[in-house]
Design a protein around this ligand. Structure first.
Ligand SMILES: O=C(O)CCC(=O)C(=O)O
Ligand SMILES: [Fe+2]
Length: 233
């Protein structure tokens, strides 16, 4: 693994894709635990206002908060630790591990930035782990607009409309995507039985713990802790 090259690429594009990065058997074990937890048809957690306006249909789960130890193996992966340190610097912080489940026939996630981009130095980094293959048939591909972590706020507009220079990523079981929280990104609608990703969120030293409490969409800003639409756009 060429840490320097990958780090440069991350800061140039606002994301990197690491294929065949994690052990497939570990991925199978985690995916089984995920399905055991949710079943295939879990109920939504967010309220109707959010679901209707955000065009985002994911159900979060924080397995480590419930003592499910198997998820620690990804945190402990030394290559992932080394790369995270190379990108975020010494004393980077791990935030939490969040599984995101989307049911068949749901919309995925609309364009967003995980946290407000006004202060370029305050951001989270997603470390997205895929425990199943994403395919065009299943849907749920992750879409990014390269370089937009340096472009400020996601323009107001249609929450799901394509950007000309967007890039569709189709991660496979064991792929890790590192994604700057200010990079404009979304998840396509889910056509297969379900779609799941697991995000080991991290941030540079000194980043407020609640950095991702306010998410920026093309039609609003939303505060998760209070389930509140804080700005119409
Ligand atoms: O599941 C994905 O591929 C992207 C999820 C996402 O937008 C996030 O965790 O911030
Ligand atoms: Fe996101």
């Amino acid at each position: 693994m060429n840490l320097e090259k990958l780090t440069r690429e991350f800061w140039e594009n606002g994301f990197i894709v690491l294929e065949e990065f994690l052990d497939k058997q570990l991925m199978d074990r985690l995916n089984n635990l995920i399905i055991q937890h949710y079943g295939y048809t879990p109920e939504f957690l967010h309220n109707d206002e959010f679901l209707g306006k955000a065009k985002t249909e994911v159900i979060p789960w924080f397995p480590q908060n419930e003592g499910v130890k198997e998820f620690d193996a990804v945190d402990e992966n030394v290559s992932l630790q080394a790369l995270t340190k190379s990108i975020l610097g010494d004393n980077w912080q791990r935030q939490y591990c969040m599984v995101m489940f989307s049911r068949q026939g749901t919309q995925g996630q609309a364009w967003h930035q995980d946290c407000p981009p006004e202060d370029a130095g305050k951001f989270n980094m997603n470390r997205l782990v895929y425990t199943m293959d994403i395919t065009p048939e299943i849907g749920g591909q992750t879409v990014v607009v390269p370089g937009t972590h340096k472009k400020g706020i996601l323009p107001a507009g249609d929450p799901q409309a394509d950007f000309e220079n967007q890039l569709v990523l189709t991660p496979k079981k064991g792929t890790v995507i590192l994604l700057h929280g200010h990079t404009w990104h979304r998840v396509l609608p889910v056509k297969g039985a379900y779609r799941v990703s697991t995000n080991y969120r991290s941030a540079p030293q000194g980043t407020p713990e609640d950095i991702t409490d306010v998410c920026v969409y093309r039609n609003m800003r939303y505060r998760f802790s209070t389930s509140e639409l804080i700005e119409e756009r």
